[in-house]
Design a protein around this ligand. Structure first.
Ligand SMILES: Nc1ncnc2c1ncn2[C@@H]1O[C@H](COP(=O)(O)OP(=O)(O)OP(=O)(O)O)[C@@H](O)[C@H]1O
Ligand SMILES: [Mg+2]
Length: 245
């Protein structure tokens, strides 16, 4: 892909998040990261290496503790995310998230009191988008048509994960961030859901960033894997992961 400034969606330079609790410290450092529009990115690593920490920063949910540059290129131009955090513009960050991102959460995050249709439609409803058949089309592609009127509690884990994927795509965001979207299903189902998901984002021309602890299921799907390196202090009290790509 030919690279021009307008193709870049995320540009991070020396961004870090340090987390501390009970005498243990974890830090995630990103010396440099550039993600282009339409890319499919994978962050693969063991539990605790910082995948959710990075994704939450990319979704403007978690504030970096250090940063030199954190730019996000939305349709309307460059947005300085670092400045939005330092000026405590939480509403601005929330609005950007709502308009441009879809997030498939590690824990599913479906609303238990809404049926499948309304869970998938949630992101559209929050943006005031009309019903144009997108929810039904997505439900069909995800094999959820006959479950549209069920509550999440009446679904299997894999079905819930497919609903969460539908919800992240329904408002046609520019970017979808997926945190272990297939963590709680068996490897066979995980492979199927992951290839369905990647096929859909490709067709919709959405940039995707997916975290997983297992590379095996997604190796064949043509994702660019971010490099990362984790090291621990000898007493185990400090862990640092450095990610770049
Ligand atoms: N709210 C928090 N406060 C303090 N430390 C935290 C907090 N959340 C996570 N951590 C620590 O940060 C580190 C990275 O956590 P993170 O959730 O990013 O890992 P992960 O790679 O997503 O793991 P998993 O594969 O288990 O989801 C862990 O050591 C974790 O204990
Ligand atoms: Mg995680």
């Amino acid at each position: 892909m030919r690279e021009s400034a307008s193709d870049i969606i995320y540009q991070l330079k020396n961004v870090a998040r340090v987390r501390e609790s009970n005498g243990y410290a974890f830090s995630l450092r990103v010396p440099s990261l550039r993600i282009q529009r339409g890319e499919k990115i994978a962050l693969i690593g063991e539990s605790g290496c910082g995948k959710s920490t990075l994704l939450d920063m990319l979704a403007f949910i978690l504030r970096p503790t250090e940063l030199e540059d954190f730019s996000f290129h939305a349709r309307g131009g460059r947005v300085d995310i670092g400045e939005a955090w330092s000026k405590r513009r939480r509403n601005r960050l929330a609005a950007l998230r709502k308009a441009h991102l879809g997030y498939v959460m590690q824990t599913g995050g479906l609303l238990p009191f809404l049926n499948v249709h309304d869970n998938i439609n949630l992101s559209r409803r929050m943006l005031g988008m009309e019903d144009d058949g997108t929810v039904r089309t997505l439900a069909r592609e995800l094999g959820l048509t006959r479950h549209l009127h069920k509550l999440p509690s009446a679904l299997s884990t894999g079905e819930r994960q497919r609903v969460a994927i539908g919800r992240a795509l329904a408002h046609r965001p520019a970017i979808v961030i997926a945190d272990e979207p297939t963590a709680s299903v068996d490897p066979f189902a995980a492979e199927k859901i992951m290839s369905l998901f990647i096929g859909m984002v490709e067709e919709m021309n959405i940039t995707v960033i997916v975290a997983s602890h297992a590379w095996r299921h997604i190796k064949q799907l043509g994702l660019r894997r971010l490099a990362h390196h984790t090291r621990k202090s000898p007493d185990g009290r400090m862990t640092e992961t450095v990610v770049s790509g």
